[in-house]
Design a protein around this ligand. Structure first.
Ligand code: ATP
Length: 310
């Protein structure tokens, strides 16, 4: 694994005493999409701003592409593209001039080929001569991404890319980000939306009260959560699991009124047919059956319990 960003024991205490980040360790892999999920005030923006060098760090180290973002600030910063939460475009400027200007801010001249390929990749090439005020909301957000990619960074940060946008635009943004990843861009995004992390990320990091609670491959997390409960409500409560049902490892709940079978949705078969066949031979009468599933939301809520709303 190559780490493009490496965060070591990062602490941030704002003037006034807020301890926004506590001993954060994080490695971001080249080519991945990492979603940082956390409730309001968890420290997501502070973490991004510390990595990007916008906010000073209190202690610890951040390296971007091997460059320390304090002692080697310019080199570290040049590797980063940052897409802010707010759309902050010059309304009367053309798309082309907007991205050229951003590139110039990093002291880079030329690069028209790069800018052309970025605009094409983001489906903005036919809008290059349009003023930004004439663009749709989705296009404006894509211009922000084009600006952030104008100086050829290695890693792109998106701070809540879909905050306050409608469902259609949100899906459009998900597709754009997936496409960027397919073109080799490393993406770190922050979000409140669990379904957004689920839709886009290769890995998910959960941050709460300034601490990273967990960083896991999404697929591993999902397969862990892929467990489902098949609940059999009995007409008469049972005092024990009948011998014939022992292989199914059932649990009794609700004072024996329910038998619970846990199965893995990612496996080949659920085993429910075999269970029901075995059940019919026991003489137990079934009132009803239902299924329940644990979700990423359950885990998330468990991890950040007691904090602001997500
Ligand atoms: N400039 C600042 N000065 C003092 N405290 C700050 C400053 N910026 C953020 N904080 C505090 O640091 C903590 C983390 O805030 P941060 O904005 O990083 O969280 P967040 O996870 O991005 O939240 P949100 O999802 O609401 O944007 C909060 O308690 C916040 O009030």
């Amino acid at each position: 694994m190559t780490a493009i960003v490496s965060v070591e024991k990062l602490t941030k205490q704002y003037d006034g005493g807020v301890h926004a980040l506590k001993d954060v360790d994080l490695e971001i892999r080249e080519g991945e999409i990492l979603a940082l999920l956390g409730p309001n005030g968890a420290g997501k923006t502070t973490l991004i701003e510390c990595i990007c060098g916008i906010t000073s760090i209190s202690s610890g180290h951040v390296r971007v592409g091997g460059h320390d973002n304090v002692t080697d600030y310019r080199a570290a910063r040049s590797q980063i593209g940052l897409v802010p939460q707010e759309v902050n475009l010059e309304p009367f400027e053309t798309v082309w001039n907007t991205v050229r200007f951003s590139r110039g801010l990093f002291g880079k001249s030329g690069g028209d080929d790069h800018l052309e390929s970025v605009l094409k990749q983001l489906s903005l090439w036919d809008k290059k001569d349009s003023q930004t005020r004439a663009l749709s909301g989705g296009m404006k957000r894509r211009v922000l991404i084009a600006k952030a990619l104008s100086h050829e960074p290695k890693v792109l940060f998106l701070d809540e890319p879909t905050a306050g946008v409608d469902v259609g635009l949100r899906k459009e943004m998900w597709n754009t980000v997936a496409d960027l990843r397919d073109h080799g861009v490393t993406v770190i995004l922050t979000t409140h939306y669990i379904e957004e992390a689920e839709a886009m990320a290769d890995r998910i990091g959960v941050i709460s009260k300034g601490e990273i609670k967990l960083v896991r491959d999404k697929d591993a997390l999902m397969s862990e959560l892929g467990r489902k409960l098949f609940i059999i409500e009995l007409a008469e409560p049972a005092t024990q699991i009948p011998e014939a049902l022992q292989p199914f490892d059932l649990a009794l709940q609700a004072d024996g009124a329910e038998m619970v079978y846990t199965y893995d949705t990612t496996g080949d078969g659920t085993g429910i047919t075999r269970l029901m066949t075995a059940l019919s031979g026991t003489g137990l009468k079934v009132r009803d059956v239902r299924t329940e599933q644990s979700s990423l939301e359950d885990i998330f809520v468990g991890l950040v319990e007691g904090e602001g709303r997500s």
